[in-house]
Structures are given as structure tokens and as C-alpha cells.
Design a protein around this ligand. Structure first.
Ligand code: NAP
Length: 306
């Protein structure tokens, strides 16, 4: 029987360190590091993510604010807003909340952000620096996964690490970070032949595919560290009972919200893995903590303090 690798205690340690350093920087530089989130449109989930990020900033003594623009904002209008933030000395970190409305070209928009303020680490220059293993801002979720691996006490060097998913925000930067840490990486996706066979070779398995409970026991090598990045809302009571038995927290979710959040990994894999991150409360708390840490990094990068 493996152990649950909970995100909150790890995230709390990161947040505490950020809080202390933010206070120090405020004392020495007269201003706290500041994050500005840009939200276009009125997607309810995006609104709630942006609120969470602002509150997390405030709780740690960082300046968190957001700019809300109407759904019909044009490329030109959005560009002016981002250029204004690029030039604003009080803004250290800029985040464009994704997804953007369909008429806005995401890659072009991300390319307007000054790379040293690109707190999500997805500007082409940030990704280039990552591949070069040079200092720069890294995507928050993969950084959080590294913190979890460290917390489990598992060294990456020389390990076989399999990543399922090749998105720009999770899978690909994760592969580069693990390569930089001297792990041997296999990156899988929807066209991978024998996915379970590839995954079962992993000492460290990272699932970031967005398919509820897809990763079963046959994907997991006995004693592996399994990190579950995926989050899917599942409302089928039968499926929930199969995965979680009579867990009262899941029954409560279903009654109150009509769904429960399920990772990519079948939770019953805990029997076979050495460690498994839960969903929710595994990777999620780390993503937000690493966003706070990246805000500090951005402050320091721009002042050559990093
Ligand atoms: P994404 O852009 O949709 O990418 C999903 C990846 O998984 C793609 O590369 C896709 O392959 C692969 N995939 C999907 N179905 C597959 C299958 N049946 N077999 C093999 N590969 C498959 O998603 P994302 O943005 O990376 O996010 C992934 C998941 O992580 C989502 O559930 C998301 O909500 C979650 N997430 C959580 C956090 C957090 O903080 N907890 C942060 C970010 C994301 P192809 O490229 O071939 O299509």
C-alpha cells in the first residue's frame, strides 16, 4: 500500500518562504512584488481562478490585482493593455488568464508579454531559456510537480520518467525540466502505441491528460511515484462509487455541486504505487504556490537580483 502525497503541506512551505522573502524585498526595495492578471470575457471558472490568484497574492504580502476586459475586446485593444503593463514599473508579473475568447489568437497574445514579466513561463523566450537551462520564468504546474517529487524524497537523476500529455503549459515544459534534472524522459500522447506499456516502465509517472481515472493499475510499475495533474469533473454516481467506494466527501461533492473532481489516475492505484498525489489537493495547491514564487522571481529577474 502506497502513501498519499498531499499537496497542501508542500504548498504551505513554499508559500511561507514566499511570504518571508516578499516582506524582505518590500523592506529593501520599498515595494512588494506585484502580479496583474488580465481576464477577457466572463467565463465563470476563469473569474474564480483570477480571484483565487489575487487572494493568494494578498495573503502573502504581494500586490495582486486584475484587469477585466469585455468578451468582445479586440486584438488591438488587448495589445495596448499588455503593452501598458509591460511598461508599468509597479507590475512585475503579468498573467493572461486562458482560455481567451475564440477570436483572440492566444500564441500571439502571449508573445506580447515582456519575457521577464511572463509569470506563466509560456512566452517563446521563456520556453527557449528553459530548454537552454538558463535562468528564466518556468511554467507553474510543472514547477509544482518538481516540488512534489522533492517532497517525496525521490531523486530525478537517472530515473525513468514518463509524462502522459504534451501540452505547452504542462507536458512539454515538464519534459524539459526533468531533462534538465537528468531524468530519462518519455513523453506520451494520444498517438502513443501501447501507452500502458510505456507508462509501466516509469519510476516516476506524471499524468497530465485530462481523462478521468484513465491510468489504471496496468500503467503503474510497483513502487512508482505517481503524480496526477489531471482534473475532470465527474457527475456519474456509478463511476464515483466504483472509484471512491462510499467516501462521504465525494457523496457531499455530488450532492452540493453535482460533480466531484477526479484525476487522470484511478485512485485505487495507491495499492501498487509508492506515492500517489490525490485529486483534488495534490498538484493544484502547488500550481498556485509556484505562481506566487514566480512573481517573486520576476521581481528579482528584472532587477538582476536572481
Ligand atoms: P491539454 O492541452 O488538453 O493536453 C492533454 C494532453 O493529453 C495532450 O497532449 C493529449 O494528447 C494527451 N491525451 C489526451 N487524451 C489522451 C489519451 N487517451 N491517451 C494519451 N494521451 C492523451 O491539457 P493540459 O492543459 O495539459 O491539462 C491536462 C490536465 O491537467 C487537465 O485535466 C487540466 O485540467 C489539468 N491541469 C491541472 C492543473 C492543476 O494545477 N492541477 C494545471 C494545469 C492543468 P494529444 O496531444 O495527442 O492530443
Amino acid at each position: 500500500m502506497g502513501m498519499w502525497l498531499e499537496g497542501k503541506p508542500v504548498a504551505d512551505r513554499v508559500r511561507e518562504a514566499v511570504k518571508e522573502e516578499a516582506a524582505r524585498l518590500k523592506e529593501t526595495h520599498g515595494a512588494a512584488p506585484g502580479l496583474t492578471a488580465v481576464l477577457v470575457g466572463d467565463n465563470k471558472s476563469s473569474q474564480s481562478y483570477v480571484r483565487t490568484k489575487e487572494n493568494a497574492c494578498r495573503a502573502l504580502g504581494l500586490n495582486g490585482r486584475s484587469i477585466h476586459l469585455p468578451a468582445e475586446t479586440s486584438m488591438d485593444e488587448l495589445r495596448k493593455v499588455i503593452e501598458g503593463l509591460n511598461a508599468d514599473e509597479t507590475v512585475d508579473a503579468i498573467l493572461v488568464q486562458l482560455p481567451l475568447p475564440g477570436h483572440l489568437r492566444t500564441n500571439e497574445v502571449i508573445g506580447w508579454i515582456r519575457p521577464d514579466k511572463d509569470v506563466d513561463g509560456i512566452h517563446p523566450a521563456s520556453l527557449g531559456l528553459l530548454v537552454q537551462n538558463q535562468p528564466g520564468l518556468r511554467p507553474c504546474t510543472p514547477l509544482g510537480v518538481l516540488e512534489l517529487i522533492k517532497a517525496a524524497g525521490v531523486a530525478i537523476e537517472g530515473r525513468d520518467v514518463v509524462i502522459i500529455g504534451r501540452s505547452l503549459i504542462v507536458g512539454k515544459p515538464m519534459a524539459a525540466l526533468v531533462t534538465n534534472a537528468s531524468g530519462t524522459v518519455t513523453i506520451c500522447h494520444s498517438k502513443t502505441k501501447d501507452l500502458a506499456g510505456a507508462a509501466a516502465r516509469a519510476d516516476i509517472l506524471i499524468a497530465a491528460m485530462g481523462q478521468a481515472a484513465f491510468v489504471g493499475r496496468d500503467f503503474v510499475k510497483p513502487g512508482a511515484l505517481v503524480i496526477d495533474v489531471g482534473t475532470s469533473a465527474v457527475s456519474d454516481p456509478e463511476k464515483i462509487r466504483t472509484l471512491f467506494g462510499d467516501d462521504p466527501a465525494r457523496a457531499r461533492d455530488l450532492a452540493e455541486k453535482g460533480y466531484t473532481l477526479v484525476g487522470d489516475v484511478d485512485p485505487r492505484v495507491i495499492d501498487k504505487a509508492a506515492w500517489l498525489t490525490p485529486v483534488p489537493k495534490g498538484v493544484g495547491p502547488l500550481t498556485i504556490a509556484m505562481l506566487m514564487k514566480n512573481t517573486l522571481e520576476a521581481f528579482k529577474l528584472r532587477r538582476n537580483l536572481a
